[in-house]
Every structure is written in structure tokens, then in C-alpha cells.
Design a protein. Structure first.
Length: 149
């Protein structure tokens, strides 16, 4: 069994998602309000990883549309360096281009009120980041299974 924690790290908030116990489906968990202390924020995420029995963490890497890393990517890298001091599980990166936009659209489509949407947006984006990573991990396995038939 493998359970993964997904993160959409922002300057003000971090969206958190978790996979099911089989590592196939992502579910939004919560939005953590960032503090002024990167160490305190990393410790909070590490506690969530332990609470959720995560075997790895997947972090959204903000890239520009041309594929280059954004300015925010260097802040994410700094956060990950600190987080590595608090966890002993692998940390994977996942391209997060357009995930916040996609999350906002999903929340609109399901009729979430505008006022409520803001609080759920980061967790929904983390869910999309994690689901895309999970899907990418299972595609080679599915291809190998169909070739064996």
C-alpha cells in the first residue's frame, strides 16, 4: 500500500491532498495558511504526512507556459529543502501549469459559492497535481499489462 500527499504551495496558503490507500485516487484534504516561518510551515506539512501515513510527497512545480521554471519555483525549491529536513520519505515534483485554473473551473462547475471557493481552491489544485502524478505513475504499468495479453 502506498499513500501519497500532494501539495500546491503558495505564498499565503498551501493546498493539501492525499491519495487513497492504493495510491490511485487523490482527494482534497485541507488548505494550510502559511506563517512567516518556513520551518514552521515545513514542520506542519511533515506532521500531515505522518498523520496521513504518506509514503511520499508530490509537490506542484510552477512552470511558465513555455516550460521554463517560474519565479515561484525558486521559493518552492527553498521550501522543499527545508521540508527534507523534517521528512524521510521521497519528495517528487509535478508540473502544475494551469492546475489552479482547472481547480477553479471544477469548483464553479459543481456550484461552489464564490466565497467558499477561495478556501477550497488550493486543496482542489493540490488534488489535481496529485492525481496527474498518480495517473503518470500508472500509465506505464497499464501499458505493460496490455502488451502481455
Amino acid at each position: 500500500m502506498a499513500r501519497f500527499l500532494g501539495l500546491d504551495i503558495g505564498d499565503a496558503r498551501t493546498g493539501v491532498a492525499v491519495s487513497d490507500a492504493n495510491g490511485r485516487m487523490a482527494l482534497p484534504v485541507e488548505t494550510v495558511v502559511r506563517t512567516r516561518s518556513i520551518r514552521q510551515d515545513a514542520a506542519r506539512i511533515a506532521r500531515l504526512a505522518v498523520e496521513r501515513d504518506a509514503t511520499a510527497i508530490v509537490v506542484g512545480l510552477p512552470k511558465m507556459m513555455n516550460g521554463a521554471e517560474s519565479e515561484q519555483a525558486s521559493r518552492i525549491d527553498a521550501f522543499i529543502r527545508v521540508l527534507r529536513g523534517y521528512v524521510r520519505i521521497p519528495i517528487h515534483m509535478q508540473d502544475e501549469r494551469l492546475t489552479t485554473h482547472a481547480a477553479a473551473q471544477v469548483l464553479r462547475d459543481v456550484g461552489t459559492r464564490r466565497r467558499t471557493r477561495k478556501g477550497q481552491l488550493d486543496a482542489a489544485a493540490a488534488c489535481i497535481i496529485l492525481q496527474e502524478w498518480l495517473d503518470a505513475q500508472t500509465v506505464p504499468a497499464l501499458a505493460d499489462a496490455s502488451e502481455a495479453e
